[in-house]
Design a protein around this ligand. Structure first.
Ligand SMILES: Cc1cc2nc3c(=O)[nH]c(=O)nc-3n(C[C@H](O)[C@H](O)[C@H](O)COP(=O)(O)O)c2cc1C
Length: 305
């Protein structure tokens, strides 16, 4: 579905349309290939990888809530080597822009990963997860402290020629502080939001529903918060913003673009309907036609106050 008026440039990453899959909700692409025309997607952001493989947290790791889901996967992944040798060959063939999401326990691990990925053919960019609430070390600790955000961003930027997206945590008082820190250290774009920290209790057993006790809340419940944060950050930084959080349909995605996002990511919705991204792409295209816009860029940041 290459439609000329849907093309966007996100900090040097050229996308055929502004709809990406959110990390951790679309596996490594192949898991969805029977249900989704992968080459039609604006891009695929793959499950976060670390230098070494990780088993993640013990089950239960996912709980459904009244308006979204709570997860505590704990960043289970195949590790950098296997990603390169087993996952990339398939991803390269999809024709979609491939963005790899990375995570580490230390600044050095982020640096090492960025270096390693620089030589992997077929990648369009790196998204740096400094915002996972489900791990003990690294993760959210990096994403809530502007000083650490600067350090990680600068280390990754120095280690790769690929465009770098910093994925921000909503678990802060003022998200514009971490967004500014990422921009000042050379980030090419920011993406937001990752999940909000939540909890679910089984009132019969009086036990937490997640083995990890707390987890990350995603889905429709977080959309108003995400939209507010995207709007605040888009007003504050000059680099492109990618909007994430509770996007379930084209109207949701359009609202994020109006708030100032150059592109969007779809997460939880992929579990409900794997065809969501394709429906959103078609819906944005229809909206542009209905509004007589010549290009999706006319929609971006068009909020009227
Ligand atoms: C099961 C699950 C696993 C996730 N794993 C990752 C991950 O590995 N790296 C990451 O940056 N974000 C991860 N996320 C966060 C999503 O990419 C996204 O930021 C979040 O779910 C909000 O979007 P949504 O409301 O559309 O799901 C995960 C989310 C879910 C639900």
């Amino acid at each position: 579905m290459e439609i000329n008026n849907l093309k966007v440039d996100v900090g040097g990453i050229k996308l055929q349309n502004p709809v990406l899959t959110a990390s951790g909700t679309f596996g490594y692409g192949s898991e969805f290939s029977d249900y989704v025309n992968l080459h039609r997607l604006g891009g695929i952001i793959v499950k976060g990888i670390s230098m070494e493989p990780r088993a993640g947290n013990p089950p239960p790791r996912i709980v459904e809530t009244s308006s979204g889901m709570l997860n505590a996967i704990g960043l289970e992944n195949v590790g950098a080597e296997k990603f390169k040798s087993e996952k990339m060959p398939f991803l390269r063939e999809t024709g979609a822009s491939i963005i790899v999401n990375i995570l580490g326990d230390t600044v050095d691990e982020y640096r090492e990963l960025a270096c390693f990925l620089n030589d992997v053919d077929g990648l369009s960019g790196i998204e740096v997860n400094i915002s996972c609430p489900n791990v003990k070390k690294g993760g959210v600790a990096f994403g809530t402290d502007p000083v650490m955000v600067k350090e990680v961003t600068a280390a990754v930027k120095k280690s790769t020629d690929l465009p770098v997206i910093i994925k921000l945590s909503p678990n802060v008082t003022d998200i514009t502080n971490t967004a500014k820190a990422a921009e000042e250290s050379g980030a090419d774009a920011v993406s937001l939001i990752n999940t909000l920290i939540g909890m679910a209790i089984d009132h019969r057993s009086r036990k937490p529903k997640l083995a990890n006790i707390i987890g990350g809340l995603s889905g429709p419940a977080i959309k108003p918060i995400a939209l507010r944060m995207v709007w605040q950050v888009a007003k504050t930084v000059k680099i492109p913003v990618i909007g994430i959080g509770g996007i379930m349909c084209a109207e949701d995605a359009i609202e994020f673009l109006i708030a100032g996002a150059t592109a969007v990511q779809v997460g939880t919705a992929n579990f409900v309907n794997p065809g969501t991204c394709e429906e959103i792409i078609a819906g944005i295209s229809q909206y542009i036609e209905d509004m007589n816009y010549s290009n999706v860029s006319e929609l971006i940041g068009s909020l009227e106050i």
